[in-house]
Design a protein around this ligand. Sequence first.
Ligand code: ZN
Length: 273
Amino acid sequence: MATGLGLLVGSFLNVVAARLPERLAYDFQVQCHDMLNLPLPQERPPGILWGRSRCPVCQQIIAWYDNIPLLSYLLLQGRCRHCGVRIPLRYPFVEALTAGLSLLAAIRLGTGWHAVAAIVLIWLLIVLAVIDRRHQLLPDALIFPGLWAGLLLNTKELFVPCHTAILGAAAGYLCLRAVAELFHLVTGKVGMGHGDFKLMALIGAWLGWQALLPVVLLACLFGLGAAACRALLFGIGRQAPLPFGPALAAGTICCLLTPSCALWFYWADALPL
Ligand SMILES: [Zn+2]
């Protein structure tokens, strides 16, 4: 059941990752029109929940039987039925990843509310990672509801005690921001965006301040690994920007699902606050 639900949700996450940045760009252009009299954008992009999916090249509406997670991609051999343009591998990858991680979470964490909340957090982190990788943007429209949800769930101590979650949210934001400001002071370069600070606040709100260090250490490993793979496989140099959001998301999911979370619990037990 977790796998099937994960496939359907993965398909929905693809829609959110494609449409939300378009809507945010449109809203920003409308604000520029209102405040600066810049030209109004011509067409309003479809909403997240409403409007059928279309091929971005030939604009044909995608039929339901061409929209079945994973299966349609395989049957269509990764191409649009109408114009034959290649469908990005990102779509089946996100669907398979969401299904796989949902199944893993259900196996490791069981079926209680804790597991349900953890799976929702994983879905949120996946969509944030996809948007950040494509647009170098971690939208407030997703980050803030996620942050409040983490704090509210921890009022019932679903993951950590409430005061640990509040400290985690504040420490997550402030610590990463302090590192980024120091980096800017020393090198004169901008190393991280404000979205990364807010994502760390979200992670702290869900998992408490004790999880922040393991998450950042894992994220640095993932980030270095991704940069090395990119350089070796595609010859992309280190000057090209590498979003940190996907690495933070991967580090958080590891802390939730793998034995490395033992480190987090060790911290929680050793230094109770
Ligand atoms: Zn097409």
